[in-house]
Design a binder for this molecule. Structure first.
Ligand code: KG4
Length: 339
């Protein structure tokens, strides 16, 4: 049988990435060009700059991926590309590259939902086991997804306003920490104590979240202290915020383990790099008959290996898109077959 070689492309935010995956498991190339250093100057991702940098980088990244894998485009079976959600201009760059390759080399085009990629990144650690609870936490999303089988995404809860990563980034900015804020807060909170009392919005028995309230409470607190001429203890504030945000995340998510007879819990997305979250999820589930998968750090940030991985499953099911495929910045994960 011919080899199945999936070329994955990711450009939804500030990473231009291309990976090549052979026969579901053999990662021949995984090239990521990050723009973090550029966006750092602005305290967050500047969408227009991100799009332009993707245009500059994508050809170079593609060449490097093909050279590393030692294959030609003719040998590729299909092109899998993130077509949403994400920054519209950024998504279009990856998509246009994918469509051009699909047209030139007569390859199927596979649209991949970015968050399904973050979930499937865990398959580079171990296979998903069902029913599986996926705690998807990133700069743009906070979602609890239950999967009963491959490519079946049931969203049981999500944020009603800000994503958890967005709250980390905004809180960091208010106290003068650099972008990406989550990394700075995580690092600094190790030196601090939980001394600031912050609210726990939507602290109920639903699986939905609200993170804008915690963020606003921090902003108000910092302003009040400034008005009174008092210093903010930044490590203490970082620790207090991180404890509150992560405890709320897990307090609300983990009851789903019993309710849905969950066999495996996986973390996914940029915020899954958080050290307190990683430690707490293991600790809180140690007496339950449930497997916990913690993705390696390289899997938590945006990459195309995860896109190629989902692409490989979609290839088997022949989920192919026409060349008229466009980006969908608000694509829902349940609609991953609708494009
Ligand atoms: O998955 P990702 O690259 O973004 C989206 O695709 O939306 O995640 C980026 C987010 C940022 O908000 C960043 O601050 C956060 O992940 N992040 C963290 C940590 N590392 C990255 N948040 C908390 N703790 C961390 N160690």
């Amino acid at each position: 049988m011919a080899d199945k070689i999936i070329l994955g492309i990711e450009s939804s935010c500030d990473e231009t990435a291309i990976s090549i995956l052979k026969n579901d498991t053999e990662l021949l190339a995984n090239v990521v060009s990050t723009q973090i250093a550029v966006h750092k100057k602005y305290g967050g991702v500047m969408p227009e700059i991100a799009s332009r940098l993707h245009v500059e980088n994508i050809g170079v990244v593609l060449k490097e991926a093909l050279d590393t894998a030692g294959i030609t485009m003719e040998e590729v079976s299909a092109i899998a590309v993130t077509s949403g959600p994400g920054l519209i201009g950024a998504l279009h760059v990856g998509l246009q590259c994918a469509k051009t390759l699909a047209l030139m080399y007569h390859k199927p085009l596979i649209p991949v939902h970015h968050l399904s990629g973050h979930i499937y990144a865990n398959e580079y650690v171990k296979p998903l086991v069902f029913p599986c609870l996926c705690i998807v936490v990133s700069g743009g999303n906070t979602e609890l997804v239950v999967m009963d089988k491959h490519l079946s995404f049931n969203v049981i809860g999500e944020t009603r306003d800000d994503a958890i990563g967005e709250a980390f980034d905004k809180v960091a900015r208010v106290v003068g920490l650099s972008y990406p804020g989550g990394v700075s807060i995580d690092r600094l909170s190790k030196e601090g104590k939980h001394t600031y009392n912050l609210p726990r919005p939507l602290n109920d028995h639903t699986y939905d979240y609200s993170y804008s309230g915690i963020k606003t409470a921090v902003i108000n607190l910092v302003n009040k202290l400034k008005q009174k001429g008092e210093e903010v203890n930044v490590p203490d504030l970082a620790r207090s915020f991180q404890d509150t945000a992560i405890d709320l995340l897990l307090d609300k998510a983990l009851p789903a383990v019993d309710e849905y007879n969950i066999k495996q819990v996986v973390l996914a997305g940029g915020v899954s790099a958080n050290s307190y979250l990683r430690e707490q999820v293991v600790k809180r589930l140690e007496n339950k008959p449930v497997d916990v998968v913690i993705p390696p750090i390289w899997c938590t940030t945006d990459n195309a290996a995860m896109i190629a991985k989902v692409g490989s499953y979609l290839y088997d099911e022949k989920v192919f898109a026409p060349l008229s495929l466009s980006a969908n910045p608000c694509w829902k994960i349940e609609d991953y077959r609708k494009f």
